[in-house]
Ligand binder design. Structure first.
Ligand SMILES: [Zn+2]
Length: 274
């Protein structure tokens, strides 16, 4: 699959970053985030419902749409590609996974160091209503429990972590933070929202520090995530791309392997690390 000199360079790496996109999740049956559902939500465009404006206007509708999405994602299991990436931890000193996916399948496969650029569907976060904040309806105090904005007189100091931990993305009314009463939402990056600067910063650091980067199943069309493999190239790291179709990265990578992650990754890793 690889020429011998490239194989040797990979065998000498001590720090690998794996960058994954929607392609690897699609092989587990997860639709891309921009895809419409069939059935009940067939007429709903994700770009109209996965936004802070939509949540502000109708939180329950947006919550229900995400509950439906979570149902699809919960039925999916990691595939041979996810499992091969997790096994890489045993062969290489340090492996960091940067993913554009929100489905938690890298953790489910056993990867420990995962940077989720677009968040995690199964984690909840307080909805920060910027309009209310600017209008002075909410104070600048940070809720001790959810990290959202609270007013001193409406935040219950006795609410604890366990009260928050029992709330999940499931059918029913939109849950509220047990301490401050803020509406909770899935902790993912909606359309029109910026990436978390801490996660993005950590991803840039991982790309800068690695000696090999493996790019899997990403069409690399969305910035700033798309620039991550190029940072590794500029630092002289080995860059391998695995994708069913060529992308803008293919001609700049040390090797571009056309195929699906679940077929290519196990074979590639067996060839290099045995
Ligand atoms: Zn709170």
């Amino acid at each position: 699959m690889l020429d011998p000199s490239l194989r040797q360079r990979l065998q000498q790496t001590k720090n690998i970053t794996v960058f994954t996109g929607a392609g690897i999740s699609a092989e587990s049956g997860i639709p891309t985030f921009r895809e419409r559902f069939t059935g009940l939500w067939a007429n709903t465009d994700p770009q109209e419902v996965a936004t802070p404006e939509a949540f502000r206007a109708d939180p329950q509708r947006v919550w229900d749409w995400h509950v439906h999405l979570a149902g699809t994602v919960r039925r999916a299991a990691p595939n041979a590609g996810h499992r091969a990436i997790a096994r890489l931890q045993e062969a290489v000193g340090r492996v960091t996974v940067i993913t554009q996916n929100i489905d938690d399948l890298h953790h489910a496969a056993g990867s420990r160091d995962v940077l989720e650029l677009h968040g995690n569907l199964f984690r909840l976060a307080p909805f920060v209503d910027e309009e209310a904040l600017f209008a002075g309806e909410r104070g600048p105090l940070i809720c001790h429990l959810c990290g959202g904005y609270a007013l001193r007189d409406d935040c219950d100091p006795y609410a604890g972590r366990e009260d928050l931990a029992c709330l999940r993305l499931e059918a029913g009314p939109v849950p509220r933070c047990p301490a401050c009463g803020a509406l909770l939402r899935p902790d993912i990056v909606w359309f029109g929202e910026p990436l978390d600067p801490h996660v993005l910063g950590a991803a840039f650091e991982a790309a800068d520090a690695c000696d090999a980067l493996i790019c899997v199943g990403s069409s690399l069309e969305v910035e700033p995530a798309a620039s991550i493999p190029y940072r590794a190239i500029r630092r002289g790291a080995v860059v391998i791309e695995i994708n069913p179709a060529p992308t803008s990265l293919t001609e700049h990578a040390d090797a571009g392997i056309q195929g699906n992650a679940s077929a290519v990754l196990p074979e590639l890793f067996r060839e290099v690390w045995g």
